[in-house]
Design a protein around this ligand. Structure first.
Ligand code: ADP
Length: 475
């Protein structure tokens, strides 16, 4: 808790702030781009378009010089492009002179001689010439206004010589720029207001469910496993809530099992200890009680204690992930036979092993033996009246399967999944005959998973259970 508090000092920005500022930044970038394109680049764009428009107009007129409706075409083009026009012959005699706007200055007052001089000058320079000129001063918010004077000499197929003089403004009309500026200003205002609203709304929508989940998670961290997570608003948060609900459920399950284990272990430890103490005292005080049977009870109870402690140790080592496998190639079939031989003296039980050939595996022999022991021990413990336990070895493909079947009471279907969990016991009532820590199968599972093997169980109530595991064979 203390660590959390000290970390809180160098606070990271919250989701709400990040979304809000991210969105705000995005809007600012869009607006900046709009301003750059609409206002700053308007001049250059307009200029380039206008120049090509004037050139295009000159080309159109060039082809129509001998047409009857030349003047009509010229007038239409002048109106459409707001470009003034003079067409003269090589001696400077004007044929067509059309003015587009009062502003055009260069074409005004050109004499016949001027036109003739221009014709000759342009002709000498290859037929086309253009001149960009300024007709106003630079201002601080924009450049000077510019115009273009474009001249072209044409020699028609029938031998006519003509001079085309066009003049047009290259700077966008002030009112256009003004309109755009006002429009952009309005747009900027609307976008800033709308954008801030949207950003706030969005930020709230995203952060609220996360804050709710976080609130519940803190409760979970404090040990309240019954807390429920509600995630709404987005798929990810909903999934997070589901995952956390699952985690809380699992935690509460493990916590329950842990408490149970503690109770069981204390009980399991105390019972043999009480027995050992009781029998020892009796043997000390009453010489006649010093019998081999009583000594055997003490030995049995000691063994029970040893097993319990070993299980607990194994489990905690496996869980901590510090166990490394000591793999070697060994004869699995022989290993199982050797294990079964030790049960020979077990009165009243029939143990059988069916194997049609010797199978070798590469695995940790000691750990695999532990698996077999645990399964056989369970089968014996839960074997029921018939007291028969059947082991079988079969081969499918490249894998060998070992199964351990008993004729006991079986396991209810809904419990089959849980028995592999640590500390889990189907029969919670503590029967002396069925001591167990609930760790055996969990150890089996851990060992087989370390080996990359598979395992499972089939069980039918009243008929018995078959536990099996599979390992990769080694020829
Ligand atoms: P335990 O030490 O209690 O036997 P295990 O992890 O080995 O713990 O087994 C978990 C539970 O699974 C047991 O408590 C028992 O209820 C059930 N179980 C295991 N093997 C058998 C079996 N062969 N027949 C019936 N129940 C079994």
């Amino acid at each position: 808790m203390r660590k959390m508090k000290s970390e809180r000092k160098k606070r990271l920005p919250g989701i709400r702030g990040q979304v809000f500022f991210g969105f705000g930044f995005f809007i600012l970038v869009i607006l900046a781009l709009l301003w750059v394109f609409q206002i700053a680049l308007l001049g250059p764009f307009y200029r380039a378009i206008k120049i090509s428009e004037v050139q295009g107009m000159a080309r159109t007129l060039e082809n129509r010089l001998e047409a009857e409706n030349l003047e009509e075409t010229a007038q239409r083009l002048v109106n459409a492009t707001n470009t003034s026009l003079v067409i003269s012959d090589e001696l400077g005699k004007p044929y067509v002179a059309l003015k587009a706007s009062e502003k055009f200055v260069r074409l005004e007052g050109l004499t016949t001689r001027d036109l003739q001089a221009i014709f000759e000058g342009v002709n000498l320079k290859g037929g086309t010439q253009s001149e960009v000129y300024r007709f106003s001063q630079d201002t601080w918010f924009g450049g000077a206004q510019e115009g273009i004077l474009y001249a072209k000499t044409v020699h028609t197929p029938s031998g006519l010589h003509r001079l085309l003089l066009l003049e047009s403004e290259l700077t966008p009309v002030d009112s256009t720029v003004e309109t755009l500026k006002v429009q952009l200003l309005c747009l900027t205002l609307v976008m800033v207001i709308l954008g801030s609203g949207m950003a706030l709304l969005l930020a709230r929508r995203i952060s609220r469910p996360i804050m709710a989940v976080n609130h519940s998670a803190k409760q979970l961290a404090r040990g309240n496993y019954n807390v429920s997570f509600f995630g709404s608003g987005s798929r990810e948060v909903e999934e997070l809530a589901q995952t956390l609900n699952y985690a809380a459920q699992e935690l509460s399950k493990v916590e329950g099992l842990r408490r149970e284990l503690l109770a069981n272990v204390s009980h399991d430890l105390r019972t043999p200890l009480t027995m050992i103490k009781g029998y020892s005292e009796v043997m000390r005080d009453l010489p006649g009680e010093n019998t081999p049977e009583n000594v055997q009870i003490i030995i049995d109870e000691t063994e029970r204690l040893t097993n319990l402690v070993n299980d607990l140790l194994d489990m905690s080592r496996l869980e901590a992930g510090v166990v490394t496998l000591d793999k070697s190639r060994f004869n699995l079939t022989a290993s199982i036979r050797a294990i079964l031989a030790r049960y020979d003296k077990l009165a009243g039980y029939t143990l059988s092993f069916q194997a049609d050939r010797e199978v070798f595996v590469v695995a940790d022999e000691l750990k695999i033996s532990q698996v077999v022991y645990n399964l056989v021990n369970n089968a014996i413990t839960y074997a029921g009246e018939e007291k028969t336990v059947a082991l079988a070895q079969s081969i499918s493909g490249s894998r060998v399967r070992v199964s351990v079947s008993d004729t006991g009471d079986g396991i209810p279907e809904e419990k089959l999944k849980d028995i592999w969990e640590r500390y889990y016991k189907v029969d919670k009532e503590h029967k002396r005959a069925q001591v167990g820590t609930g760790l055996g199968l969990s150890i089996v599972r851990n060992i087989l998973e370390l080996h990359g093997g598979s395992y499972g169980v089939e069980s039918e109530i009243g008929k018995g259970s078959t536990f099996w595991f599979e390992l990769e064979m080694e020829e």
